[in-house]
Design a binder for this molecule. Structure first.
Ligand code: ADP
Ligand code: ASP
Ligand code: MG
Length: 409
């Protein structure tokens, strides 16, 4: 008998038919003798709907109330699943984040799970219940409701799996697993059978929204085997673990992210401490800065460009304006029409020529590269947003991911 944590995303519970369908699947798992904890996301589109309602009332809705509002989406769907399970003779209980003992830090809308008080969940499991947990939420030390950032139900699931020492964490979604590129953009994308935590973390951080990055970090830290699979086909999916012998594959995936904006601060005085001043101020607003490029100094001045998520761009721009004025810098420009395309693969560690090949492929598509950043296992380029899909398809083709065999030197 195994203990399995199953997470169902928004599309998996998008309507009553889907709730019935996944409830049947949960029941089957239970009838095989497994202990099952289920984590449910809000019904597809519900979180966006709630965000829009709040924004129609306020340009800066208070974050505490946003968390209260958004957490309700997952309460609805988890209660519906538990109601259905009980109806079909599978004993179940729905719990909110608080009731499941999920304790987080104090950062509203982007909270991190600090600890899980698992007694209550364990007790229900022992009494033979399927425990249905509302994903994406917890409470902080003050007892306030918090949410875990977009896609946070993945993290609820993996964190519960780690804390309960589950045998496996299954992430059910609307595609058959993790693909070499978003299957909604590249129709020749191939499903990957097995992939390392590191690669999925890299893909997630580069914008593939298939898994929330924090969930994969936790999976890696606690060694939780994660399978991503479809609740529409229930076919074998993608196993994420320490990754076996994938080093031979140079590029395992292509990722794009349209949620990018580029800011440039011009004529920044070139002296120690200026970069620290700029980025400390931005960090103090919990804005994540991604790529940073500083030009060569001319006459004691330089330009600094960096990217932030689009949602944070206006706030970041305001801060950059203030700091620029304080330090005697020049104008700040903001471009929201950019995106990031990236290639990812642990095999890049030991292969040369990968970056050159990426730039050549983009050049042949007539795509201009605005910024570049590299790490051991990824290369990213900022490009014009309208060219995103053609860049992704060209890179997928160019690195032979379209075909059966991968690009191996
Ligand atoms: P859920 O609602 O189940 O959490 P998400 O929408 O968050 O689902 O994530 C699944 C989606 O991620 C897929 O529908 C797919 O369009 C997208 N996606 C992006 N990149 C990839 C990839 N490399 N492999 C699989 N899916 C991807
Ligand atoms: N409902 C939340 C979101 O849409 C969390 C999740 O689905 O994982 O981001
Ligand atoms: Mg998701």
């Amino acid at each position: 008998m195994a203990l399995i944590v199953q997470k169902y995303g928004g599309t998996s519970v998008a309507n009553i038919e889907r709730v019935r369908n996944v409830s049947n699947h949960i029941k089957e798992g239970r009838e095989k003798g497994n202990d099952i904890v289920v984590v449910i996301s809000a019904i597809a589109g519900e979180t966006d709907r709630l965000i829009n309602l709040a924004r129609s009332l306020s340009s800066h809705p208070t974050e505490r109330e946003m968390d209260l509002l958004l957490s309700s989406g997952e309460r609805i769907s988890s209660a519906l699943v538990a109601i259905r399970l009980n109806e079909i003779g599978c004993k179940a209980i729905a719990l909110t984040g608080r009731q499941s003992g999920i304790l987080t830090d104090n950062i509203h809308l982007k909270a991190r799970i600090m600890h899980i008080d698992k007694d209550r969940v364990m007790r229900y499991l022992k009494d033979g219940y399927v425990v249905v947990v509302a994903g994406f939420q917890g409470i902080n030390e003050k007892g306030e409701v918090t949410t875990l950032g977009r896609g946070g139900s993945d993290t609820s699931a993996v964190a519960l799996a780690a804390s309960l020492n589950a045998d496996k964490c299954e992430i059910y979604t609307d595609v058959d697993g993790i693909f070499t590129a978003d299957p909604k953009i590249v129709k020749y994308a191939r499903k990957i059978d097995r992939i390392s935590y590191d690669e999925v973390m890299e893909m997630s951080s580069l914008g593939a929204k298939v898994m929330q990055i924090r969930s994969v970090e936790l999976g890696k830290k606690y060694g939780v085997p994660i399978e991503v699979l479809s609740s529409f086909t229930y076919r074998p999916g993608t196993l994420i673990d320490d990754g076996g012998k994938m080093e031979e594959v140079v590029v395992s995936g292509v990722v794009s992210d349209k949620n990018q904006a580029r800011l440039t601060i011009t004529r920044v005085p070139d002296r120690p401490g200026i970069a620290a001043q700029i980025f400390e101020r931005i960090a103090s607003k919990n804005i994540v800065v991604d790529m940073i490029v500083q030009n060569v100094s001319e006459e004691g001045f330089t330009d600094i460009s960096f990217t932030v998520p689009k949602d944070d761009a206006d706030d970041a721009s305001k801060i950059a304006d203030e700091v620029s004025r304080e330090i005697g810098g020049g104008e700040v420009t903001l471009n929201k029409n950019v995106s990031k395309v990236s290639i990812v693969g642990v095999g890049m560690r030991s292969h040369w020529g990968v970056a050159a090949r990426m730039f050549r492929i983009l050049a042949e598509e007539g795509i201009n590269i605005k910024m570049i950043s590299t790490s051991e296992i990824k290369i990213s380029c900022i490009i014009d947003e309208k060219l995103t899909e053609s860049a992704v398809r060209a890179l997928h083709r160019g690195f032979n991911l379209d075909k059966e065999e991968l690009w191996v030197r």
